[in-house]
Design a protein around this ligand. Structure first.
Ligand code: SAH
Ligand code: DHB
Ligand code: MG
Length: 230
C-alpha cells in the first residue's frame, strides 16, 4: 500500500487544487461518485481529479473505442475513461469485490454511461482468461489498477487482448519510492518491481514511467504502447 499515515506535502496538494480549479471545472457527476463511495465505505484510493482527466485525455489521444479497465472500485476512473469514448464505444471494467461493483454500477448509471460500460465481477485474472479464450478484444487502451502483486499477469493479459498501437497504463508504480526497495517483502512492491522487470524484457512494448505528486502523494504511472521502440 502507498502509506497514507502522513499527509501529502501541502505544496503538492495546493498545486493539485490550482490545476483542478483552472483546468477541470466543477463536475457534479464525479463529486457525487466520490460522495457515494465514501457513504458506502469504499477506500479513498481512486485516481485524483487531475489524474482522471489525464486518463481521459490519453484515451482521446489514442482515439480509443474499446477500453479495458482492471480494478473498478467505485467507478471514478471508469467514468473519466468512458467519457472519452465516441458513440458506440465500449468499456469493460473488472472488479473482484461485489460491493465495489454495485456502487460503481450505480455511479456509472448516474453518469448516464451505463449503456457503454460493462462492470464484470470476479477475480480479474480469471475473467481475463475467459476474455482471451472468447476472443474478446483487441482493446485500444488498457488501464491496470487492481491488486499490485498480479501486475505481471495483468500485463500479459493486456498484451493478449491488444493490437499494435494499444495504449497500456498502470497505476501506482512508484509507491513513494518504494519501487527502489529490492529487498522489500511487501507483495505490492515485489509485484511492481516484477512488472518493471517484465516490461524491460518485453520486445512488444515501448514504455516509460512518469512520477506524480499531488493529493495522492508521491506515486506514478507506467505508460506503454504495444509495438517495438523505433
Ligand atoms: N481504478 C479505480 C481504483 C481501483 S482501486 C479508480 O481510480 O477509481 C483497486 C480495485 O481493485 C479495488 O476495488 C479492488 O477491490 C480491486 N481488486 C483487487 N484485487 C482484484 C482482483 N484480483 N481482481 C479484480 N479486482 C481486484
Ligand atoms: C492503493 C491502490 C491503488 O490503486 C491506489 O491508487 C492507491 C493505493 C492501495 O492498495 O493502497
Ligand atoms: Mg491506483
Amino acid at each position: 500500500m502507498v502509506e497514507r499515515t502522513a499527509e501529502p506535502d501541502p505544496a503538492w496538494t495546493a498545486v493539485d487544487s490550482y490545476i483542478s480549479d483552472k483546468l477541470l471545472g466543477a463536475d457534479a457527476v464525479l463529486a457525487a461518485t466520490l460522495a457515494a463511495n465514501a457513504a458506502a465505505g469504499l477506500p479513498d484510493i481512486d485516481v485524483s481529479p487531475a489524474q482522471g482527466r489525464m486518463l481521459h485525455v490519453l484515451a482521446r489521444m489514442a482515439g480509443a473505442r474499446r477500453i479495458l479497465e482492471i480494478g473498478t472500485l467505485g467507478g471514478y476512473s471508469t467514468i473519466c475513461l468512458a467519457r472519452a469514448l465516441p458513440d458506440g464505444g465500449r468499456l469493460v471494467s473488472l472488479e473482484i469485490d461485489p460491493h465495489h461493483a454495485d456502487i460503481a454500477r450505480a455511479n456509472i448509471a448516474a453518469a448516464e454511461l451505463a449503456a457503454m460500460v460493462d462492470v464484470r465481477t470476479g477475480a480479474a485474472l480469471e475473467t481475463l482468461d475467459q476474455m482471451i479464450a472468447a476472443g474478446e478484444g483487441p482493446f485500444d487502451l488498457v488501464f491496470i489498477d487492481a491488486d499490485k502483486p498480479s501486475n505481471v499477469g495483468y500485463m500479459n493479459a493486456a498484451l493478449a487482448l491488444s493490437r499494435p498501437g494499444t495504449t497500456i497504463i498502470v497505476d501506482n508504480v512508484v509507491r513513494e519510492g518504494g519501487v527502489l526497495d529490492a529487498t522489500s517483502d511487501d507483495p505490492r512492491i515485489i509485484g511492481t518491481r516484477a512488472l518493471f522487470d517484465m516490461v524491460s524484457q518485453e520486445p512488444r512494448l515501448t514504455a516509460t514511467a512518469v512520477q506524480t505528486v499531488g493529493a495522492k502523494k508521491w506515486d506514478g504511472f507506467l505508460l506503454a504502447i504495444v509495438g517495438p521502440a523505433s
